[in-house]
Design a protein around this ligand. Sequence first.
Ligand SMILES: [Zn+2]
Length: 456
Amino acid sequence: MVKDIEKIVSLCKRRGFIFPGSEIYGGLANSWDYGPLGHLLKQNIKKEWWKFWVQERADMVPMDAAIIMNPKVWEASGHLQNFSDELVECKKCHHRFRSDHLLEAESLRPEYDKGNPKTISEVKCPDCDGALTDPKHFNLMFKTFLGTNEDSATTAYLRPETAAGMFVNFKNIQTATRRRLPFGIAQIGKCFRNEITPGNFIFRTREFEIGEFEYFINPKDWEQTFEMWLSEIKRWWQDIMQIDMDNLVWHEIEDGERAHYSKRTVDIEYKYPFGVKELHGIAYRTDFDLTRHQQVSGADLQYLDPETNEKFLPHVIEPTFGIDRMLLVSLLEAYSEEEAPTSEAGETEARVVMKFPKHLAPIQVAVLPLSKKEELSSVAKEVANDLRKYFSVDYDETQSIGKRYRRQDEVGTPYCVTFDFESLEDKKVTVRDRDTMAQDRVEISALKDYLQSKYA
Ligand SMILES: [Zn+2]
């Protein structure tokens, strides 16, 4: 794994994975735009996520809720009340505190001079002694207005999480799909949080994508269900994302540190170049959310067990994944620098290879004619166009073949197809493997099947 995040930031910009947002206008702090390759990588991660967590499971259904919801939703979820405190944030460790809590803690110190009370600007971070930002009355939700009047009656919010969309649709989905417990509702979507201090490339941004699901259960089953999801999460990282599992830290959140309604929470953390920080999490949220939505909406959200005739509010286990963080991790894991042999016997040169798992690579096949000459390029383009129906394909005919291989290695293309003058005679091409750099001579007519077998 790469130790220097700047190497990733620079590769991402140079090769079109991720650009600084609105760059020609001087940028917009901590906003990033996914370029062609970043978009493809993100699509692939989301595709695998849907397949693993939803398509392959009999107990999961997908949905896609609106980003702007009735503001009462945020009253029920607690976001309206709890996100509007006066906050300060540590400039060093980014922990965020309520100003009144910090001042109260200060006043309890034995050496505190009551005759000369401290102001918040004199207080340091209680966790790391870093300097604090100026206090701000802060609601993390982005506010907007519905219609033309900008007043409190028309105030609405961009969702700060996707979970609410699944809770408010619980009854509709359960009725429409006639699901019995246990079952889950899954969603991928954009969320918005007006973070005081975002940073570390795409680690913390003000708009981000989340993939998560709410798994509705009978509370008597919560412990074994939690364990089941934990082991599925391990399988996800090991088999699908194929990361070095030593880079994960399984952080069991202690009693007293969890949200008051949660009986168990595990943060899955990752050893980023900038420290061990959260990657995603799983929480047993009891019936907190459905209870709140039932109270505030007045709707009956109870579930009637058809076998026992018992009526109750289902409990929920919620695994949450940040799509952008998973993408960051896939970049960090893939990056490698190594010495590769050149065409000169015994010579080597440095190459940067993004060793993405094949199914995540943004470009699956690159077609490279040995020369730009019309007689080669016209046929090579035809081959590339045929492959485009099945694969994400790049066609490149500029500069030496060695340089083109390096360019494809640097974006993680698993297979390069080289078209040479001999190809015109024997109707065969050379297929080069990104990782082993081994080359196969393959019939053009069998090329599609050959490549598909590699991706099977
Ligand atoms: Zn701090």
